[in-house]
Design a protein around this ligand. Structure first.
Ligand SMILES: Cc1ncc(COP(=O)(O)O)c(C=O)c1O
Length: 438
């Protein structure tokens, strides 16, 4: 596995002197490690993630949580009830996963859903007809679709607020009415990497007695702990870092408050959106390596962001912990790293599409948080459900490329970008600029 020095040597050998310096600087700051939540636990989270999921007691001493593939659980008698009766309502493998995620997120309760969208839909179900939801105007496309169409049909009004930056809380305050029951936000946003002041937003929500939901998917349960910053509900698309291998769909809702947990559990049980036992097993297996994967993917992302920043065909790089990110300090006041998603623009939609298509090691696909690297043009993929005019009104560049960095050898990833950029040319012909792959 390539260490930091090998990456630096590689970048120097390729003439990327500044990128090499950036990587040295990024890696020489001792990592603050994982974001912490109030905890009485003595073992480190890496230890807890790999240990402690085995059932107690188990007749065979299983080292791992078995998959309880059963729809029903027998009762001892007509009047004696066990811990579980029906898998829609509860299953031991799901309970093991929920406890492990709650431990990683540092919260009292977790519910595992069939997908991240099912988890978000359960949160929106907390609202009734006539209520208002304030949604960050830079949200995941699926969340936008859920709110813009689904919630509207249920009589819930949705308003979009630019909640990012130091002025976000003041803008949220101005948008509040008595009908607002729920505020939904992501930080950093994806792909624009806009940072929201979670403490400030939470203070505004508390003042108005509204719930603050934070979609923490981009940060994983390790890099940012929104509940400790004042959020009421944290959602993850567990399809991403928790499962980690692009092979399982799952979502989780994390809360501290008992009454809120019961309301969300009611929705999950009533609508039958709990995660199936085998998927719980896969998510549990993913969790064991989550700390290693997040650490490595983030190191690779720092190297790639540095490389892209000095590239002459790149006009802007978006990464929350880059020196030139306007809200870097705000981000670092509430999270311990930038994660694995790096975005960039080229000033030319054709060039962006060319680079996406020409890379060989990056799968062209939606999603992130997987062991392997992915690349996409969000306007055509993950954010296509946001109409083009809405994207334009939110300064969402059509030429943006999203790179979701995996755990591969960073030298290979940088070299792949080198060849992808190098295979593009642009020339003038009769006053027109013609661009084409070489
Ligand atoms: C930030 C974010 N939230 C929620 C979701 C939805 O999760 P899922 O695809 O697991 O339903 C996604 C999916 O990409 C996402 O990126």
């Amino acid at each position: 596995m390539a260490g930091m020095q090998e990456v630096v040597d590689y970048l120097r050998a390729k003439g990327h002197v500044q990128a090499a310096k950036d990587v040295v600087k990024a890696f020489s700051q001792p990592p603050k490690k994982w974001a912490s939540a109030p905890s009485t636990k003595t073992l480190g989270v890496e230890t807890r993630l790999v240990q402690g999921h085995a059932p107690q007691p188990d007749p065979y001493g299983a080292a791992n949580m078995p998959v309880y593939v059963t729809a029903t659980f027998q009762q001892a008698s007509a009047t004696e009830f066990g811990d579980f009766d029906y898998t829609r309502s509860g299953n031991p493998t799901r309970t093991a996963l929920q406890s492990a995620v709650a431990d990683a997120e540092g919260c009292n309760h977790c519910l595992a859903f069939s997908t991240g969208m099912a988890a978000l839909a359960a949160v929106v179900r907390l609202c009734s007809s006539g209520d208002e939801v304030l949604l960050s105007d830079d949200s995941y496309g699926g969340t936008y679709r859920l709110l813009a169409k689904g919630a509207k049909e249920a009589g819930v009004t949705v308003k979009y607020v630019a909640m990012d930056g130091p002025d976000g809380p003041a803008r949220l305050e101005r948008a509040f009415t008595d009908r607002v029951k729920l505020v939904m936000v992501e930080s950093p946003t994806n792909p624009m990497q806009r940072v929201c002041d979670l403490r400030g937003l939470s203070a505004v929500c508390k003042k108005h007695n509204a719930l603050l939901e934070v979609d923490n998917t981009l940060m994983s349960p390790l890099l940012q702990k929104p509940l400790a910053l004042g959020a009421d509900i944290v959602v993850h698309s567990a399809t991403k870092f928790i499962c980690g291998h692009s092979d399982t769909m799952a979502g989780v809702c994390c809360v501290d408050d008992e009454a809120l947990f019961k309301r969300l559990y009611f929705v999950q049980n009533a609508e039958g959106t709990g995660l199936a036992p085998f998927d719980c097993f896969l998510a549990l297996r993913g969790l064991k390596t989550m700390a290693l994967r997040v650490d490595r993917a983030q190191q690779n992302a720092i190297a790639i962001a540095s490389y892209l920043r000095q590239h002459k065909l790149v006009t802007k790089v978006y990464y929350a912990t880059s020196d030139d990110h306007p809200d870097r300090e705000l981000h670092l006041s509430q999270a311990t790293g930038g994660g694995c998603v790096v975005c960039f623009t080229t000033g030319d939609v054709e060039l962006s599409k060319h680079v996406v298509s020409a890379t060989k090691l990056f799968s062209i696909t939606v999603s992130f948080g997987s062991v392997h690297s992915l690349i996409s043009c969000p306007c055509d993929m993950s954010h296509a459900s946001i109409p083009a005019e809405v994207r334009a009104s939110r300064d969402f560049p059509e030429d943006i490329v999203r790179v979701c960095v995996g755990v591969e050898d960073p030298r290979d990833l940088v070299a792949d970008f080198e060849q992808a950029f190098a295979s593009y040319r642009s020339f003038s012909l009769g006053g027109m600029t013609i661009t084409s792959p070489i």
